[in-house]
Write a protein that binds this ligand. Sequence first.
Ligand code: AMP
Ligand code: MG
Length: 430
Amino acid sequence: MAVSPTSARAAERLLTVDDALDRILSRIRPLAPREVPLLDAVGRTLARDVVADRDVPPFRNSAMDGYAVRGADVATAPARLRVVGAVAAGGVPDRAVGPGEAMRIMTGAPMPDGADTVVRVEDTDDRRDMVTVTAPTPAGTSVRQAGEDLLRGTTVLAAGTTIRPAEVGLLASLGIPKPLVVARPRVAVLSTGDEVVDVAADVGPGQIRDSNRYSLAAAVWACGCGPWLRPIVRDTADDLRRALREALDADAVVTSGGVSVGDHDWVKPVVSELGTIDLWSIAIRPGRPLAFGELRAEPSAGGRGGEAPLKGPRSIPIWGLPGNPVSALLTFELFVRPALLKMSGRAKLHRPRAQARLIDPIDKPPHLRFFARGIHDAAAGTVTSTGPQGSGILRSMSLANCLIDLPVGAKRVNAGETVTVILTELPEDH
Ligand code: AMP
Ligand code: MG
């Protein structure tokens, strides 16, 4: 595809999407581990292997309500057995089961010695003194062996595992009320702009409502981190400086707006005072200007929330995202989300991708990678763009369940061509 001399020159000054992400990820480390209450661990990453210090279940027990017997006695039916007692869940059998004998047993109750099989109650006449087994039952039926779920001494969950409901259950059954996990990143979210007013405010002439602070905070939350909404920042160096100083308790800072080279774009100069920052022109649409850097934070006296004091100065990553609502969310998806997952200790940082057949043609600037918002139909293997794709048209994202990732070089992608889609709507795949 022909590339005009102007766009070719422009392309030389641009950073590729992949290079920008590599530079960001190379600066990001997982947060320190800490012990948290079991339910606070949901969505967090285990910081060390969990080894079973006991068998789960801890003893042989019945999987059914019925009769504990010797398998040899019930290989054929009918079989008449003498009922020698009963044991319920939480109880302990008061004797063993001998040949020709049965003990009533409830689900979860320990198996009496001598018995190796449970006949479910439905396969008996359920009488008090002499019970008749009406269906032949193979030896070993309906008995749960000690350690059949978790065997003592084995690694049950490896470091790096994300804790979901099943893992919470395993940790509880191992008696671990406070697992050691990578801390949840707390992310300060700031909006900049003299025209920007809060969602609840009346909108005056020339003003717009602040959508970015809320959409970005929701995006922070959706990747398992804690959003920390900060007040709207005016387009002055002083206001931004004060706002960033107040945000230094966070583990990461995300701002939107003010990263162009307009008269009121203060992110780069002010962050340079408080740390370091690069302002990149990325070969991407939407979202070309992006600032990334680090704020320096001095140790705070007591740490936050009663934790141990911080040991020394630390660096807090900061992203200056563009102000246009689509650009802000899209650059969050591409450049912030993977980094927050890395801070969270996750091994898998990227969304799944798929190939799909494009239904409608898409025009794009040849020297930029273009992320169109799309509707992916997995069953049909097709994808359609969500209509007008301007960087202020947030509906293009609201209608979408994927991003259509169109490479540098292509100018027009025709209907029927195979394209790559990024599946932004699937549940997390650990
Ligand atoms: P900027 O990057 O500050 O030049 O802003 C680019 C465009 O995005 C302008 O049209 C802004 O009005 C708009 N914008 C900036 N911040 C926000 C925000 N928080 N919510 C909605 N739109 C915004
Ligand atoms: Mg602005």
